[in-house]
Design a protein around this ligand. Structure first.
Ligand code: AMP
Ligand code: MG
Length: 422
């Protein structure tokens, strides 16, 4: 603060808005597929939840021919318009069989999914007909195209059915299979190393010493990373010594894209993560104007001599709700961007607040809330960043602007967990 004329407090990290922090993170993350040719080809059946590395272009029309959408009779509409209600049945076309052209003045018995014969321009459902010997009598005059699914009605040959950057849902796999794709090019999984610091942390299954707490974040973060399809190496609790922390960082950097830690990024924190990252790479300590959350560290750790480049580093705050929320808002889109996903921001809903929060906070709040049976939102009564119960009770987060009080009945921005956890 050498230029400061006043006795301002010692160098404090500047306050970033949530949007500024996210923009900086995303600006640094380029897709691994571009960076290191990180793609692989998988059987379509094994590609669930992976990210497409290349457009899927349909090599055919779907359906590949005009098909019948009903069990009934294929006709030339003109034959019925002319007043003739009774036609001879000239062929029978089950699904999967190639039809003959439809002889003028006749009908073809046809079934759902079967090819419409050349010459026919409508299908009359069997409920609107009466079969008499080898003929059929129609009680309905169809319009051209009736009950015919046109060739290419779903997909046109040559069209992009799934663009690169799509996350492969079950229905996306079905769509790829419907055009005959047996394999798909996908981005390789993002490799993430995690570790935890704090002398108070104990693993479930071990007795809790006085002053100790369980390492709940280890479980939350592992689950979050696995939901996103990452390849996770969990180093557990790293002893709070500079050399040990540096050694873990070096080892992790060599084989991972991102090193994620939890705890020890608050102002005045005494642990060794910060100096260790600074010694092995570079680190920016951020203060984000958000609640819960606020401190976040972003940097990189150099790789050893034989390799090039560096692994990203993100240090999350230790408070369980803070680390959960900052993961959802920052780490998730960062990881998605690394794997080449186009749509990285969660889709929010506008919902009615069924509660009042008389006082706004200076920071951008992310309130744990739940959708009630009336379609409005209820607020979890304790919004402390240490109360993990709120994250299980809630269905998502209300994104409340700084200094904004909420009145019952007001519409708020709600981000469901379903948009944030996957
Ligand atoms: P810190 O960010 O290290 O100052 O930690 C803030 C709070 O979060 C403290 O109460 C820690 O005990 C708690 N905490 C830190 N790491 C974890 C963890 N892995 N699991 C649960 N609580 C944690
Ligand atoms: Mg700590």
């Amino acid at each position: 603060m050498s230029n400061s004329p006043t006795n301002a407090p010692a160098a404090r990290a500047p306050m970033l808005s949530t949007a500024e922090a996210l923009a900086t993170l995303l600006g640094a993350a380029s897709p691994l597929a571009l960076a290191d040719n990180g793609t692989e080809t998988l059987p379509t059946l094994d590609a669930l939840n992976r990210v497409l590395a290349a457009d899927v272009v349909s090599p055919l029309d779907v359906p590949p021919m005009h098909t019948s959408a009903m069990d009934g009779y294929a006709v030339r509409v003109a034959d019925l318009v002319q007043g003739n209600r009774r036609l001879a049945v000239s062929q029978r076309i089950p699904a999967g069989h190639a039809p003959e052209p439809l002889a003028a003045g006749t009908a073809a018995r046809i079934f759902t999914g079967a090819s419409v014969p050349p010459g026919a321009d409508a299908v009359v459902m069997q409920e609107q007909t009466e079969a008499i010997e080898h003929d059929v009598v129609f009680v309905h005059t169809p319009k051209p195209g009736e009950w015919i699914t046109a060739q290419g009605a779903d997909i046109r040959k040559g069209s992009v059915i799934l663009p690169a950057g799509t996350r492969l849902t079950p229905q996306a796999l079905g769509l790829a299979a419907s055009v005959g794709c047996a394999t798909l090019d996908v981005a390789r999984r993002v490799k993430v190393a995690v570790f935890f610091t704090g002398d108070e942390l104990t693993m479930p299954g071990e007795p809790l010493r006085p002053g100790a707490i369980y390492n709940s974040n280890r479980f939350t973060l592992n689950g979050l990373l696995r939901n996103l399809g990452c390849e996770v190496t969990d180093y557990g609790i790293v002893p709070d010594k500079l050399d040990a922390t540096r050694a873990t960082l070096r080892e992790a950097a060599a084989a991972h894209d991102l090193i994620l830690t939890c705890g020890g990024v608050s102002v005045g924190e005494e642990d060794h993560v910060k100096p260790a990252v600074e010694a092995e790479g570079r680190l920016a300590m951020w203060q984000i104007a958000m609640k819960p959350g606020k401190p976040l560290a972003f940097g990189a750790v150099r790789r050893g001599d034989a390799q090039t480049g560096e692994a990203f580093f993100i240090g999350l705050p230790g408070n369980p709700v803070s680390s959960f929320v900052t993961f959802l808002l920052f780490v998730r889109p960062f990881l998605l961007r690394l794997s080449g996903v186009t749509q990285v921001s969660p889709r929010a809903l506008s919902l009615r607040a069924d509660f009042t929060q008389a006082k706004g906070d200076r920071r951008n709040e992310f309130l744990r809330a739940r959708v009630n049976p009336a379609g409005g939102l209820d607020l979890f009564p304790n919004q402390s960043s240490a109360v993990l119960t709120s994250t299980v009770w809630g269905d998502g987060l209300i994104d409340n602007s700084p200094n904004h009080a909420i009145s019952a009945g007001e519409t708020v921005r709600f981000i469901p967990f379903t948009e944030l956890l996957y």
